[in-house]
Design a binder for this molecule. Structure first.
Ligand SMILES: C[S@@+](CC[C@H](N)C(=O)[O-])C[C@H]1O[C@@H](n2cnc3c(N)ncnc32)[C@H](O)[C@@H]1O
Length: 241
């Protein structure tokens, strides 16, 4: 993931070249490209009205995946696997091979818009990406006035792979660290899910703790990986400034 970000940041100085390289590779592989043109045959759309992208791209996608697994230095190929892959996830097997099946998705105008926004945001900035335990990372930095930390920790009350390793003790440890940072006048913001009214779950630890800071309600529906029915939840952004 970090190599993808480094690659995209480097491309931000010349998005035109990036989009040309993307278009060339997509054409070469024969993948669909709705951001430029619609090449999916009408009969395929009629036969598979909801899954025609997956049907159309399957063979080209497998070719892309095979080629990437033989040459893992090709980051553009990894980016395309992410865009055309199942649920836009990165997943590798124990041998380190990318192993997701094709998704029912496409390089569409939303992807182009998201990339253009990304390029605008990262261009002319020096950004370093790290992969550390948050405590290690936070403690290794020397804070200056107006520094800012944003945290999006695993949610204690929802299910996902990374939430499995999160528990009440870890939640408390994180909140204690935020208290210490607040007393050192470091600015931070943290997002979390406080309650899921349909499931009847409530993150009491966070709910009690956040009352001493500024609470901003987020109007959104949490879309779960396992259940994409919209459900009412209380999601907040808490800040110490
Ligand atoms: C709610 S998700 C964040 C999602 C992210 N903001 C995004 O948009 O993709 C929580 C993340 O915390 C990570 N995480 C779990 N324990 C951690 C730890 N001790 N240190 C740093 N990150 C951790 C998980 O791997 C997961 O990616």
């Amino acid at each position: 993931m970090i190599s993808l970000h480094n690659y995209l940041c480097a491309c931000s100085s010349c998005p035109k070249i990036f989009f040309e390289q993307v278009a060339n590779r997509i054409f070469e592989l024969g993948l669909s490209r709705s951001f430029k043109e619609d090449i999916v045959p009408r009969n395929l759309k009629m036969e598979y009205p909801k899954t025609y992208y997956a049907k159309f791209n399957n063979e080209s996608y497998k070719m892309l995946r095979d080629q990437y697994n033989k040459n893992k230095d090709n980051i553009l190929d990894l980016y395309l696997l992410l865009i055309y892959g199942f649920n836009r996830i990165l997943r590798f097997n124990s041998k380190g091979d990318f192993n997701l099946p094709v998704g029912n998705v496409d390089f569409n105008k939303n992807v182009v818009n998201a990339l253009e926004t990304y390029f605008k945001n990262v261009h002319l900035k020096t950004i370093h990406f790290y992969n550390f335990d948050y405590k290690e990372f936070i403690n290794m930095l020397a804070y200056k006035e107006n520094d800012f930390i944003y945290l999006d920790p695993p949610y204690l009350i929802t299910f996902s792979e990374y939430n499995k390793l999160w528990n009440k003790n870890k939640e408390k440890e994180l909140l204690d660290l935020l208290d210490v940072l607040a007393s050192s006048r470091v600015k931070w913001a943290i997002s979390n899910l406080v309650a899921d009214y349909n499931k009847g779950t409530h993150n009491e630890i966070f709910d009690n703790w956040m009352k001493k800071y500024n609470i901003h309600e987020i109007k959104s529906y949490y879309i779960s990986f396992n259940n994409n029915k919209a459900r009412p939840t209380r999601e907040v952004l808490v800040t110490n400034y």
